[in-house]
Design a protein around this ligand. Structure first.
Ligand code: AMP
Length: 224
């Protein structure tokens, strides 16, 4: 199963993505997490990407597109993948579509979580990251995934904050990019929505991101 996952930062994309990953046994490929691994590993790619990420800008396409297309060619993606955080603009969508067509790979499911911009912003500022596992959800503003004191609610691990999660202007920029339906991330989601309508091969699912994590999951499972 090959899946694309769209949703503004703070919409629960990571949490719901982890559910899909477990259901279909696909690797969960998050472009932002790949950049962060490169930054903490001190790689040249990480050094180039960091200045853009800290400002809330997109890392340029000539770095991001080959990085993701290469990642999809690794062995663990042979039987499917779940891509989260890519494509992030219309150009990336077109390049991904082209590359999949050239490789004879079909896209099966596209999920779009719909969430109001102001709610998404508050959720981002409450988000905490578990040092042991990126997929352990913790958020100080959401009751069901509230950390256990200052530790991860799943494994008790240390929690950290992302620098770009605490910077309102960086959040604003990330949302400007996401909600841009002309050339930004929504434009790339709509690119695939149009393909789904035209070619009938892709299942395009929309989810209301406002209810609780459990309710969004239930909607997701019912629509799969
Ligand atoms: P995320 O973890 O998805 O919020 O991504 C964190 C940051 O990584 C973003 O704000 C961008 O700076 C960068 N990034 C992630 N995915 C992409 C992408 N597809 N294209 C360009 N930059 C990206």
């Amino acid at each position: 199963m090959n899946i694309l996952f769209f949703g503004p930062n703070g919409s629960g994309k990571g949490t719901q993505g982890a559910i899909l990953k477990d259901k279909y046994y696909t690797p969960h490929i998050e472009s932002g997490a790949i950049f962060r691994e490169n930054i903490s590993g001190g790689t040249a790619l990480g050094a180039k990407a960091k200045e853009y990420i800290d400002r809330g800008d997109l890392v340029p396409d000539d770095i991001t597109i080959p990085m993701i297309l290469d990642r999809l060619q690794r062995d663990d993606c042979k039987d499917g993948w779940l891509l989260d955080g890519f494509p992030r603009n219309k150009n990336q969508a077109i390049k991904l579509d082209e590359s999949l067509r050239n490789a004879g790979i079909s896209l099966d499911i596209v999920v779009e979580i719909i969430l109001d911009r102001e709610i998404a912003k508050n959720r981002i500022m409450g988000r905490r990251l578990c040092v042991n596992d990126n997929n352990h959800p913790n958020n100080i503003y959401i009751d069901v995934i509230k950390p256990d004191g200052d530790k991860c609610r799943v494994c008790g691990g240390e929690l950290t904050k992302r620098d770009d999660d605490q910077d309102e202007s960086a959040i604003g920029k990330r949302h400007d990019i996401y909600y841009d339906a002309e050339v930004g991330t929504l434009a790339s989601a709509y690119y695939f929505r149009d393909l789904a309508a035209k070619e009938g091969k892709i299942k395009y699912i929309t989810l209301d991101g406002e209810p609780s994590v459990k309710e969004v999951t239930a909607e997701l499972v019912s629509k799969l």
